[in-house]
Design a protein around this ligand. Sequence first.
Ligand SMILES: [Fe+2]
Length: 282
Amino acid sequence: MTTPEGSTNNASNGSRDLPSDSLEILQLSDPHLFADPEGRLLGMRTLPSFRHVIAHASKNLPSIDLALVTGDLVHDASPAGYSLLKKELANLGIPSYCLPGNHDSPEILHRSIAGNPVDTPFSIQKKGWSIILLDSNLPGCAAGYLDEIQLAKLQDTLSNHPDHHTLICLHHHTVAIKSQWIDAIMLSNANDFFAIIDCHPQIKGIACGHVHQSFEGRRNGVLLMGTPSTCFQFTPKSAGFEIDNKTPGYRHLTLLPDGAILTSTFHLSQYTYSIDRSSSGY
Ligand SMILES: [Fe+2]
């Protein structure tokens, strides 16, 4: 692991003078930690790769205001695993906001993590932006679902802050990414979600995890972003479950006062790890 390998898939911030009141965000996703620091997923130790990503991002992005951690936080959903996550995130020295994925227990997550500087809020308001963190966990199911409570809170928060540019975060992807197996476990009631999104022009971006790969797209002018995992990646556009060769990664977002979003993803330039590529799922 040495220098950053950036993949600038949307808009680079390299050639633009950024206003001082822009909001700088590190998105981490799918760390899949365990209670056991030696814990492995498909043979890969997930804690060391998480630590390498955090160290890399801290060096590569020195002016980050906050971190968003978009689910599949603790693979065994254990209180000890969440305590470990909290301890590791605290090393960033900035506020970190977490939401659950399909491998998490929302209840244990909130109980174990809520506090300062690591927290599990529904929304935060900063520098003229709202950031909304949705819980798309459906117990016992790999696909995502936003229940009536989540949808009502989303609607209320958007109605209460109509003048704030808004970034929505959730674990599951909300549009298909042309990978058959993972599109079968995306947000299952995306129509309910977009019925609300489409009525609120202040929404500028939707960032997810779950897909273990980088993607960007647009829907009705809203930027859609998928983010690499801090452990292994999935091969884009594969019909069945397949592990990619890409190294652990993360996303950088700059939210500008005019509502624009600049974003890039980064992968560790070198990271050697063992993994079972013959697995048919995880
Ligand atoms: Fe995951």
